[in-house]
Design a protein around this ligand. Structure first.
Ligand code: HMG
Length: 440
């Protein structure tokens, strides 16, 4: 049944649930029981989660796993990962262990500049607008002082504001394109507050600028918002070793492995269908750490995919080469992350994850997240170019299939043993469960 409702947001949580279960579920009591099963018994903790978003009816759990043995610039980390997909944490762990024995991951923050824009419409003389902008720029910065003063004390703030003419794209369209340093904060609220103040000053002061005609004074602000595209907030992660150190398996030499691996990366560099899946593998690692540390994975995803298309064609984020008998595999990605503000001080598991990572600065977290992405990519490509992905992935997925069929602990342990030497496929698992149940 479909139904609409007015005033839903004003109802209590239990009234919201009553309405939902009675309107949409054939078995209202059963639906209610499932929703309640996921509530935390600690009322304060539950309330904290209820208040993260609006119209909360329950909690949606994701497992929080850890991948140990990450050596990053000589320091060892165990990386927290919040993700629902089997084999991702195992793959990260395997890649971490592999590279720990070969010099570890090397990382570098290249830049940390974030961007925000005031989009506006002006149909007058562009030269007059330019002189108004030059005249008003110091006041834009000055009027934002109440917002920027604390950030400035810590060493951040507004870096610059430019006037950008976009009238080739849309008639009358201009931007105030501003850059910011937000240090350990992701900076969304800070940037948006600055932008809204710029817009207010820019529109208001135009009324008193003598060189404008009456029409020119009427600047129309369309919107003021940060950009999640941060090509100047860049981090690099890299691994390298001698080619012959790459093989830890007698079935393939280091050189064979490296050559095939580099071909796989080259394919992702030129072929968008492959690049999307290749980068999805990278995002397996990135999103999981971004989520575990309370950052905005939608912003990170959007920014990284835009970066992957920066040359006009969607392409691989990672690259690989052999030079002087050294295999290197690396990636540069834009990442706007925070280790203060937002959920970082609120969500108990986020606080725990940040402590596990030795309370990183935003710059350190950028490096850890980039490493998780590169490790994930390495593990996936290693499987793809050797055993094929299904072997390892299905090995990890076995437990999900067993749970789907309600396997008990004895069945789980018998079937895990059984599949140690067999290929896991959905149908093979179903067959094995049925056989086991027939015997018992
Ligand atoms: P394996 O060699 O069978 O594992 O690999 P192992 O049992 O020999 O153990 C070796 C190490 O792997 C362990 O060391 C762990 O570090 C890790 P240890 O802890 O024993 O000292 N490991 C585990 N960690 C935690 N829990 C486990 C576990 N098992 C092993 N249960 C593995 C198995 C899955 C790791 C390997 O086959 C692999 O890396 N596969 C790649 C899996 C992958 O990429 N999954 C992502 C999902 S697929 C996808 O979405 C992306 C893709 O489309 C991207 C693309 O196309 O590029 C593939």
């Amino acid at each position: 049944m479909c139904a609409s409702i007015s005033g839903f947001s004003k109802l209590s949580k239990s009234k919201k649930i009553d309405w939902i279960v009675q309107t949409y579920f054939s078995n209202a009591e059963d639906a209610k029981r499932i929703l309640k099963q996921y509530w935390n018994t600690n009322d304060k903790l539950q309330q904290l989660h209820d208040e993260f978003i609006e119209n909360t009816i329950t909690n949606y759990y994701l497992p929080l796993g850890v991948a140990p043995n990450f050596s990053i610039n000589g320091k060892l980390y165990t990386i927290p990962m919040a993700i629902e997909e089997s084999s991702v944490v195992a793959a990260a762990s395997k890649a971490a262990k592999f590279w720990m024995d070969r010099g570890g991951f090397k990382t570098k923050v290249i830049s940390t500049t974030k961007i925000g824009q005031v989009h506006f419409i002006y149909y007058g003389n562009p030269e007059t607008l330019k002189s108004y902008f030059n005249h008003i720029k110091p006041q834009l910065i000055h009027d934002a002082k109440p917002i920027t003063k604390n950030m400035e004390k810590r060493g951040g703030g507004i870096l610059d504001i430019e006037l950008r003419d976009k009238t080739d794209d849309i008639k009358g369209y201009y931007q105030l394109h501003a850059s910011f340093e937000t240090l350990d904060a992701m900076g969304a609220n800070f940037i948006n507050s600055c932008l809204e103040q710029f817009a207010k000053t820019f529109k208001g002061e135009a009324l008193h600028f003598d060189a404008f005609t009456e029409e020119e004074r009427d600047i129309e602000i369309i919107m003021s918002i940060l950009s999640n595209y941060v090509p100047d907030c860049l981090v690099r992660a890299e691994v390298s070793c001698k080619v012959d150190e790459l093989s830890d398996d007698a079935s393939i030499s280091g050189e064979e492995f490296a050559t095939k691996f580099i071909q796989a990366v080259n394919i992702a560099e030129v072929e968008p269908f492959r690049a999307v899946t290749h980068n999805k593998g990278i995002m397996n690692g990135i999103d999981a750490v971004v989520l575990a540390t309370g950052n905005d994975f939608r912003a990170v995803e959007a920014g990284i995919h835009a970066y992957a298309s920066r040359n006009g064609k969607y392409s691989s984020l990672s690259h690989a080469k052999i030079e002087n008998d050294i295999f290197s595999f690396w990636m540069e990605i834009p990442l706007a992350l925070g280790t203060i503000g937002g959920l970082t001080g609120l969500h108990p598991l986020v606080k725990l994850s940040l402590e596990l990572l030795h309370h990183p600065t935003a710059k350190e977290l950028m490096q850890i997240v980039a490493v998780a992405g590169l490790a994930q990519n390495f593990a996936a490509l290693r499987s793809l170019t050797t055993t094929g992905i299904q072997q390892g992935h299905m090995k990890m997925h076995l437990m999900n299939i067993l749970n789907q069929f309600g396997a008990n602990e004895i069945e789980k342990s018998a079937l895990t043993e059984h599949f140690k030497s067999k290929v896991v496929t959905h149908s093979a698992v179903v067959e094995a469960i049925n056989q086991l149940r027939m015997i018992n």
